[in-house]
Structure formats: structure tokens, C-alpha cells
Design a protein around this ligand. Structure first.
Ligand SMILES: Cc1ncc(COP(=O)(O)O)c(C=O)c1O
Length: 432
């Protein structure tokens, strides 16, 4: 019997686990190391999604394991009103790699939580309550974060928070304004804000954006877009929140994705990559905003706020990224991966587009290049075939888009592993 089908595992799994996201992958994962996860048959599966887009240093990194083990034996958790050295040191380490005035941090556990804190800060400081986001966004599953998320299923869960608005994210492959040769994102953005102004009751608080919309199908905001977006926000007294859950800490070839544009947000949120797979997130803002919020009695009191153990992990992650010049390595590795994906696109007509930055790349599956009609069934077949062949891939499906593979191996991936992943993907597309 295939050990991945063991009824001693699947019978209690079916009996006792809530199914929170469709069906589970048909494998039992026993352990993980570097760029590979290992199933119950002892098979090595190349992880091209860094777990849930988080394990940027690969799995079971020895220095992270050592940091966790030491912190667990020394100081893991505290009363939420108490501070410890690792928390202050992590705030300092972030200040050192961020542009001014982003110098004040609070640490939480998940991406959704970091966005809840950012949205609460923005509401309190501006006095507004209206939050604008992209119609292809994902900011998390909790109240305010889910209200600002439009890539996920909204139907069936009752009303979103009052004052939740969305605009189209720019999509050069399927432009809403102009045509694929001349995507007029500026006209699209200006028009979108005209509509926001019509709908607003005067309480605009913030725009929340991902620099590259990941669950939205790897939509990279074109150069100049962030500056124009910030201009629209400033004109209306809104704050700009950037959610760099997936794009921060060298993932795109720079420490933060917003560096490419030279536009800093008013509030920055980090999560997935900051803990490199362990639960750590941050909400970071300027002294002016933090002071204003504190004066108004800002409250975001949680059980695990500023816990020392995850802070030790965050510090170690930043130390390794800087020591190993990871941003430069990602530029080289990303170019290799993107080159390989473009070669695959040339060989297979069902690949409509390759896009993204650094080691966060997207590959869109369509029926044919002319119609650009989505081909979700083929996307699902390719995903299953990849897993059969030893490659873990993640595909997202959105309305009016093809299935988009989000390809994001650990930043520590070797050239050989990139080439192996590409050859498996090529074979899977050819046979699926
Ligand atoms: C951009 C972005 N923000 C926030 C989140 C939510 O993070 P979490 O699932 O840790 O709450 C995600 C999760 O996929 C994300 O991709």
C-alpha cells in the first residue's frame, strides 16, 4: 500500500478535522529540509511555494532551529504589557533596513492581525472609517482584513464592514483601460478614484495594497503606480498601507518591494517572510502616526503581542538575509527561474503569460494565446501532475483570469533545484 493512503491517518483526519479550504493534498508530509518536503513514502517533493509562501530560508534551517530552541528554554512568552530585549532589538533591526520615517513597530503573529492593527491605526489617526483596496486583494481572514480582501470568497458570510470599497488592480495582460500593448493604468487609477469619491461619505481612512498582488494572480503594480496611488491618498487625507506579507525580505530582489518605486507607505505590514515559516508579523509606522495614535489611546492588546520567542526568530532571519547578501542572490536566481519559465512559455501554447519579480513569479494557463480564455481544468491537471512528479505548486483561480501558478521557492533554492523544478513543470504541462 502507498503509505500516503494509510487509513490510520486519513480515517481520523476525515472524522476530526474541519475542512477550511476545499480538500487536503493527497500526501502525508513527514518532515522537511531545505527546498524539499518529504512524504510518507520517503519521496522528496521540491517545494516551489515555500510552504504557504513563507519559508524563505528553506525548511528546518539549522540557525532558526537553534534560535527557537534557545529562546524556548530561556524566554518565550510574557504578560502583554512587558517588554524584553529581543523585541526592542528586532524593532531596531527593522528601523535599520527601512527608510525613514518607518521606525516604530509592534509584533503580532499573523498577516491578518498585522493588517487589523494597521487599519485600526489608520482609522484612529484619520478619524475616518472607509478602507479602499484592490478587487484582487488578499489581506487575511479576520474582520477588517477580510473586509478589505476581494480575491477570497465573500459570499455567504454576511456584510463586510461599512465603508469597504474596491478598485481594479492594474493587469497588463488583461488591461481594463487601453490595450495589451498600451495599458493605460493611469487613466484606470484616476477613474477609479473618481468612483471612490462618489461613494465616500467623507470618512476615507486608508488604501491598503500589496506591491505585487499574489492571490490576485501575481499582478505587479507597474513602475510609477505606487507614487500615483500615494498622490491620490495624500490628496484625500488617507493613509497608504502596504502589505508586504509575501514581497518583503528579499523575495523580489530588494529588501522590500516598495524600494523599486522609491515610495514609502505610511504604514507597512510584514508577516509570512518575517518569521520564515514561523508565526511572526509586524505593523510598522512613523513616529508622527504612532504619537498621534498613542495620544488618542490606541489599543491593540493581544495575547502574543511582542512575544520574545518569535522576535528572536525575526532577528535571526534578518541577520541571515543581510549576512548572505540574499537580495543579490535572489536577483540572479530569479533571472534564472524567469528565463526558464519564458522558455516553457515558448514551448507550450497554453502558457499565456509569465510575470512577477525576483523569486515571486506567476505563470498563467489559458485555452489559447489569442482568446486568453481561462483553462482552469488544465491548470488543475498540471498541479496534480507536478505533485506526482515531485514538485509542489500552487495555482490560484480568479474570475476572468486563467489559473495562475504562484512560483515562489525558498530564497535559498540552488540553481540545480531551479532547473529541476523547471524540467518537472515542463513535463507536467506537456503531459497534463
Ligand atoms: C498579502 C497577504 N496579506 C495577508 C495575508 C494573511 O496572512 P495570514 O494568513 O498569516 O493571516 C496573506 C495570506 O496569504 C497575504 O498573502
Amino acid at each position: 500500500m502507498n503509505a500516503n493512503l494509510d487509513p490510520a491517518f486519513w480515517d481520523p483526519a476525515r472524522a476530526h478535522l474541519v475542512r477550511y479550504g476545499g480538500s487536503f493534498a493527497p500526501v502525508i508530509i513527514e518532515h522537511a529540509k531545505g527546498s524539499y518536503i518529504y512524504d510518507a513514502e520517503g519521496r522528496a517533493i521540491l517545494d516551489f511555494t515555500s510552504g504557504q509562501m513563507s519559508a524563505i530560508l528553506g525548511h528546518s534551517h539549522p540557525e532558526i532551529a537553534e534560535a527557537v530552541s534557545q529562546a524556548a528554554g530561556k524566554l518565550a512568552h510574557l504578560f502583554s504589557g512587558m517588554l524584553s530585549w529581543p523585541v526592542v532589538q528586532l524593532a531596531e533591526a527593522l528601523d535599520a533596513i527601512l527608510p525613514a520615517p518607518l521606525s516604530r513597530s509592534m509584533f503580532l503573529s499573523t498577516g491578518a492581525e498585522s493588517n487589523e492593527a494597521a487599519i485600526r491605526l489608520a482609522k484612529l489617526v484619520t478619524g475616518g472609517h472607509e478602507i479602499v483596496a484592490f478587487a484582487q486583494s488578499w489581506h487575511g481572514m479576520t474582520g477588517a482584513a477580510a473586509s478589505a480582501s476581494y480575491a477570497l470568497v465573500r459570499k455567504g458570510y454576511g456584510p463586510a464592514q461599512p465603508g469597504s470599497f474596491a478598485i481594479q488592480a492594474p493587469n497588463a495582460y488583461r488591461p481594463a483601460f487601453g490595450d495589451p500593448d498600451r495599458h493605460d493604468w493611469k487613466a484606470e487609477l484616476d477613474y477609479s478614484f473618481e468612483l471612490i469619491d462618489r461613494q465616500s461619505t467623507g470618512g476615507l481612512a486608508a488604501f491598503i495594497a500589496e506591491p505585487i498582488l499574489s492571490s490576485g494572480g501575481i499582478l505587479d503594480l507597474p513602475p510609477g503606480y505606487l507614487a500615483a496611488l500615494k498622490g491620490h491618498c495624500e490628496k484625500r487625507g488617507m493613509l497608504l498601507i502596504l502589505d508586504e506579507a509575501q514581497t518583503s525580505l528579499c523575495r523580489t530582489g530588494t529588501m522590500f518591494a516598495f524600494e523599486r518605486d522609491g515610495v514609502a507607505p505610511d504604514i507597512l505590514t510584514l508577516s509570512k517572510t518575517l518569521g520564515a515559516g514561523l508565526p511572526l508579523s509586524a505593523t510598522i509606522t512613523s513616529p508622527a502616526i504612532e504619537d498621534a495614535a498613542h495620544e488618542k489611546g490606541f489599543l491593540f492588546y493581544t495575547t502574543h503581542v511582542n512575544d520574545p520567542l518569535p522576535a528572536v526568530v525575526g532577528l535571526k532571519v534578518i541577520e541571515i538575509l543581510l549576512r548572505d547578501a540574499m537580495a543579490e542572490r535572489v536577483q540572479v536566481a530569479g533571472a534564472r527561474l524567469e528565463g526558464g519559465l519564458r522558455a516553457i512559455m515558448q514551448r507550450h501554447a497554453c502558457v499565456g503569460d509569465v510575470r512577477g519579480r525576483g523569486l515571486l513569479l506567476g505563470l498563467e494557463i489559458v485555452k489559447d494565446r489569442e482568446s486568453r480564455d481561462p483553462d482552469h481544468q488544465r491548470g488543475d491537471r498540471i498541479t496534480a501532475k507536478c505533485l506526482d512528479l515531485g514538485l509542489s505548486m500552487n495555482i490560484v483561480r480568479l474570475p476572468a483570469m486563467g489559473g495562475v501558478f504562484r512560483i515562489a521557492p525558498p530564497l535559498t533554492v540552488s540553481d540545480e533545484e531551479i532547473d529541476l523544478g523547471l524540467s518537472i513543470l515542463d513535463e507536467a504541462i506537456a503531459t497534463a
